[in-house]
Design a protein around this ligand. Sequence first.
Ligand SMILES: NC(=O)c1ccc[n+]([C@@H]2O[C@H](COP(=O)([O-])OP(=O)(O)OC[C@H]3O[C@@H](n4cnc5c(N)ncnc54)[C@H](O)[C@@H]3O)[C@@H](O)[C@H]2O)c1
Length: 389
Amino acid sequence: MTSYRTGIIACGIIARVHARGWQGVQGCPTRIGAIADTNPDALREFGDFFGVGVEHRYADYREMLDREGLDFVDVCSWHQQHAEMVIAAAARRPKAIICQKPMAVDLGEADAMLTACERNGVKLLIAYQRPHHATWLKARDLIRQGVVGRVTQIQLEEGGNLLNTNSHNIRLALFLMDEPQVEWALGAVERTTDQVERGLPAEDACLGVAGCDNGAAIFIQGNLTRGLGQGCRVIGSHGIMELDTTYHPESAIPSDAPMYMPEGLSARYNYEIGTVRYLNGSTNGWQEVIAPWHDCWSHQCQEVIDWVEGRVEQPISGAARGRAVQEIMMALFESARKRQRIYLPLKTRVNPLKLMVEDGELPVEWPGRYERRAGLVRGEAMSWHQEPL
Ligand SMILES: NC(=O)c1ccc[n+]([C@@H]2O[C@H](COP(=O)([O-])OP(=O)(O)OC[C@H]3O[C@@H](n4cnc5c(N)ncnc54)[C@H](O)[C@@H]3O)[C@@H](O)[C@H]2O)c1
C-alpha cells in the first residue's frame, strides 16, 4: 500500500481529531510526518501524543513546507489563516490540501485559494466532514430514491454563528439535495454585543432563506430556534426526514490527556454518530435509518486518498462545494447589509458582516469586544484574540 506523509499546520483541538482521522483509515496508509504551531506547548504535546519526532516539529509552518516535501497538508488553524496557509501550501505542490471549515472569511479569499491550487495542480478539500457519516450518506440515497418525495424546504436550527457551526448545516443541505445551485439569498442579522468568534466579528443571530434551482428553499435559523443542532429537517412533497447528531458514550471515547483539554474530549468528534429518521404515508410512524458506524473523519481522509489515486472524481468534500457554502453565507450577510435579496453569483468579495461592523452599520448595544471562545485559548494567546490577525 502506498505510504503518504501529511503535515499538520496548527496543532489545536481539531488537529487532534484530524490526526485520529488519518490514523483510522484502513491500513493506515498516511502517517503524521510533520507538524507546525507557533505555541511551543501545543507543538510539544501534540508531537509527543501522536509520535512526531522533534526534528519534524516547526514553529514556522513555511519552514515545514519547505523542508518536508509533504504529500498532504492539513490546515487546521483559525478561519482567518486558512487562505494564507492554503496558498502557501499550494505553492509547495503537495498532492492534496485539506483545510478546515469555513473555507475562508470571505469569497475573495476562497477564490484565491482555488486559483492557487488550480495553478499548482493541487487538489483542495474543505473539511465539512459530517456528510461522511454512514447514516447521512444513506439519507442522501433515500432522498434520491424518493422517500420524502420532491424536497421543498430544508430547515436549519443551529445555535452558533453562521461561519462556525451553521456553515456545516448549509453544507449538509446542499449535499442532501445533490448540490443544487443557489439562485438567491435573503438574510437578516442581529449583533447586539461586540463578539468575535476565533478573532472574527460574529452575529448573535441570523435568519435567512436561500432559494435553490431545484425549487427548494434552505431556511436558516441561526441561534433562533433550537432543535436539530448539527443536522436539519427535510420537508418533502410526500414526507419528512430529520438528521441530528449524538455521540458514543463518553466512557468509550479516548482521552486527550496529558494534552491541554479545556473543551473535554476532542475525540468526541471522531466518535460522533449521525442519526436519521423519516416519515411518509407508508412508514406507519418514524422510520429509523441504520448503517454500520464509521469515523466520518477517516472516511473523509480516505476520500482524499481516493481522489489522489484517481478512484473519485467529484469528492464530497471538494473545495468547489466549500466555496458554495461560503458564497451563500456571504450572500446572507450582503443581503442584511444592502437590505435586499441577493442574486448569485455574488459579486462582493469582502465579508459584508465585517464591513458592516467596521462601517458602524451594526452599532452594538453593549460595547466591549470579547472572544466567544476565550475559555479555550491558552498561554498568552488572548493577546492575538483581541485584534484581527
Ligand atoms: N469540522 C469541524 O467540525 C470543526 C470543529 C472545530 C473546529 N473546526 C475548525 O478548525 C479550525 C481551528 O479551530 P480549533 O478549535 O482547532 O482552534 P484552536 O484554537 O484549538 O487551535 C488553533 C491553533 O492554531 C495555532 N496557531 C495560531 N497561529 C498559528 C500560526 N501562524 N502557525 C501555526 N499555528 C498557529 C494556535 O497556537 C493553536 O494551537 C477553525 O477554522 C474551526 O472552524 C472545525
